[in-house]
Design a protein around this ligand. Structure first.
Ligand code: UDP
Length: 327
């Protein structure tokens, strides 16, 4: 297939573009390079520099491309920033996605896979979290992604788009030259590795009084290559007029302390830690029930071990201790 990956200069988008190309698909990356990195765009992919807020340029790019499908990864994705500057999330994530749906419709593209998030569930009452869990996001990031999921459901029903939303849990690891490089970096594993490298004085443990076995928050980490593989399956299986939604995680939870201990084993280094208050908007435990994606897409994780994810992220961190070069 000829595929467009929005946000293909970002972490999940670049790895997914690599996996799609390795499976024999032709890939065009569309990115505004605002938070993505030119260097992350996989070799062999076409590149279109375009902002989703530029509706006219977007429509032109999609209409010119003769694409069979779109993988929509471009978004702002920082929970804390979404609380302090929600307008960025309404504009970039919601308006940008609406422009993309308009351009997809205008270009007659039949398939869409959307990067959604477990943040749409907020603080779930039942864990592991299945897709029928009530959606009650607790921050504008989760609200913006939920709004786009709802837009896509209506688009599929009204205009026949074949769509799949993948609600990611905690994405981790790296894939060859493509890894995680955010500025500012707020995610646990990259920060733990920066502390191991001495690039941070210490890593903060945000909250030690959660109702979890060791008092620190529990998350379900999924290897970015397993996530990318699910996108490939979703693009292949999208059915016209249908919007399917799947949770994507391994079903195993690891606490912040367990992640730090695993990183010590992987790196063989001391990792200085400091206990800090809870971070606003962080639920105690997020673990996926991923039975539906396994049953309907035939997905299963090839790399479910936490140490394997940390080890790949560690290789990337050592190759690029300061991340990608400026765009
Ligand atoms: N966390 C932490 N220290 C950090 C970064 C994150 O203790 O420097 C915690 C955070 O509070 C959360 C978990 O680690 O409970 C995972 O956070 P991350 O930002 O990686 O992903 P999120 O679950 O927020 O999407």
């Amino acid at each position: 297939m000829k595929l467009l990956v929005t946000g293909g200069a970002g972490y999940v988008g670049s790895v997914s573009a690599r996996v799609l190309m390795a499976a024999g698909h032709e890939v065009t990356v569309l990115d505004n390079l605002g938070r993505g990195h030119r260097e992350a765009i996989p070799a062999g992919a076409e590149f279109v520099e375009c902002d989703l807020l530029d509706a006219q340029a977007l429509t032109t790019a999609l209409s010119a491309g003769a694409f069979d499908g779109v993988l929509h990864c471009a978004a702002f994705a920082l929970v804390g920033e979404s609380v302090t500057s929600p307008e960025l999330y309404w504009r970039n994530n919601i308006t940008g996605s609406l422009n993309l749906l308009d351009a997809i419709r205008a270009a007659g593209i039949k398939r869409l896979v959307f990067s959604s998030t477990c943040a749409v569930y907020g603080e779930p009452e039942v864990v592991p979290i299945a897709e029928d869990c009530p959606t009650r996001p607790v921050n504008p990031y989760g609200e913006s992604k939920l709004a786009v999921d709802q837009m896509i459901t209506a688009e599929a029903a009204a205009h026949g788009l074949g769509a799949v939303s993948l609600r990611y849990f905690n994405v981790a690891g790296a894939s060859g030259p493509c890894g995680e490089d955010h500025e500012p970096e707020t995610h646990l594993i990259p920060n733990v590795l920066r502390a191991a490298q001495g690039l941070l004085d210490q890593v903060s443990i945000f909250g030690t009084d959660y109702p979890t076995p060791d008092g620190t928050a529990v998350r379900d980490y999924i290897h970015v290559e397993d996530l990318a593989a699910a996108h490939l399956l979703a693009l292949e299986k999208a059915e016209p007029g249908t919007h399917r939604i799947y949770n994507l995680g391994n079903g195993n939870g690891f606490s912040v302390r367990e992640v730090i201990e695993a990183a010590k084993r992987v790196t063989g280094l001391e990792i200085p830690v400091v206990e800090a208050p809870r971070r606003a908007g962080d639920p105690p435990m997020l673990v996926a029930a991923s039975d539906l994606v396994r049953a309907e897409l035939g997905w299963s994780p090839a790399r479910p071990e936490l140490e394997g994810m940390i080890s790949d992220a560690w290789q990337f961190a050592q190759q690029r201790p300061r991340g990608y070069s400026p765009a």
